[in-house]
Design a protein around this ligand. Structure first.
Ligand SMILES: NC(=O)c1ccc[n+]([C@@H]2O[C@H](COP(=O)([O-])OP(=O)(O)OC[C@H]3O[C@@H](n4cnc5c(N)ncnc54)[C@H](OP(=O)(O)O)[C@@H]3O)[C@@H](O)[C@H]2O)c1
Length: 288
């Protein structure tokens, strides 16, 4: 579908590329000739994924970086590694995310969904912003979800919800992805770096399978009716590579089309509030 775009000479970093949608986005972009840096949390799975992607695409410029993105120290180490090893970065795709049916706490003491699905996007992006700006024109793609539609952000303590509901917290984290994207796009105006959010559709992946018992079985059953990971990756590849969206920023995409996101996502006080809160939470754990 994007076969006419040539990404040779461009470096793309994609998180959560050892499985599902991220892996297929990595494959698609490697086919277009990009140097693809995949990020995963398991070194062996990363190495196997690189070998498989190299074999299937014929592109040898695929490399792996390992980090548990729910831990802010690991996000910082990852960003330092990227900056030390690669002089340019034209595309950053924040994709690694998960649903947790039971409350888990991250290494920094934050609720796991919020830490992995939002704080890692925020921290990795802000740490790599100078490199992206120096590589402009550059693009940031944040993988969100229609699950944001009914969510509201609690900016008092989203990292420590008093009552835990996996679906509610997941929806909030996906709303945070969009709110973050809109504020990021606003701050990036005039820099040559664009930022867009997207929904991949309901896709048959490993999503939800990290949970025990019924939750995992339920996802397995529902996913029988879902899109393939390749179909789920299509809009990511489009946003990362297509000349049609050159310069387009601050939008939410579904099936390659810009669509309105929820009303709550357009509240500019929330944009600013989430940014300030995220900076504070990270600074508390990762003093400069
Ligand atoms: N599937 C859907 O229907 C759907 C719908 C809307 C939005 N999304 C979004 O799409 C994105 C990708 O999900 P998916 O469906 O492709 O799920 P997936 O198959 O479970 O893939 C998730 C990826 O994230 C990685 N990951 C998970 N926790 C991590 C951590 N702590 N540190 C580093 N990497 C980590 C996984 O690594 P491992 O390989 O080690 O597990 C895997 O590579 C998520 O942001 C999700 O919210 C999915």
């Amino acid at each position: 579908m994007n076969d006419n775009v040539n990404m040779t000479g461009k470096t793309v970093l994609i998180t959560g590329a050892t499985n599902g949608i991220g892996k297929e986005a990595a494959r698609g972009l490697a086919k277009l000739g990009a140097r693809v840096l995949i990020v995963g949390r398991n070194a062996q799975k990363c190495a196997e994924t690189v070998a498989e992607l190299q074999r299937s695409t014929g592109n040898q410029a695929i490399e792996a970086l390992t980090a548990d993105l729910s831990a802010m120290a690991e996000v910082r180490r990852l960003a330092d590694e990227v900056k030390a090893r690669y002089p340019r970065l034209e595309v950053l795709i924040n994709n690694a995310g998960a649903y947790f049916s039971k409350r888990l706490t991250s290494a920094d003491g934050y609720e796991m969904t919020f830490a992995l699905n939002h704080l890692s996007y925020f921290y990795l992006t802000t740490l790599l912003l100078d490199l992206l700006k120096a590589s402009a024109p550059a693009r940031i793609v944040n993988v969100s979800s229609e699950a944001h539609q009914f969510a509201r952000l609690n900016l008092v303590n989203p990292h420590k919800p008093p009552v835990y509901s996996g679906f509610r917290i997941y929806g909030e984290s996906k709303l945070a992805n969009i709110v973050f994207t809109y504020e990021l796009a606003r701050r990036l105006e005039g820099t040559g770096v664009t930022a867009n959010a997207m929904h991949p559709g309901f896709v048959r992946t490993g999503f939800g399978r990290n949970n025990a018992g019924l939750a995992s079985k339920l996802f397995g059953f529902m996913q029988r009716f879902a899109l393939t990971p390749e179909q789920g990756a299509d809009t990511i590849i489009y946003l990362a590579s297509s000349p049609e969206v050159e310069g387009v920023s601050g939008k939410y995409f579904v099936k390659r089309k810009a669509k309105p996101s929820s009303r709550a996502s357009y509240d500019q006080q929330t944009w600013e509030g989430l940014w300030t809160l995220s900076e504070r939470l990270i600074a508390e754990k990762q003093p400069v």
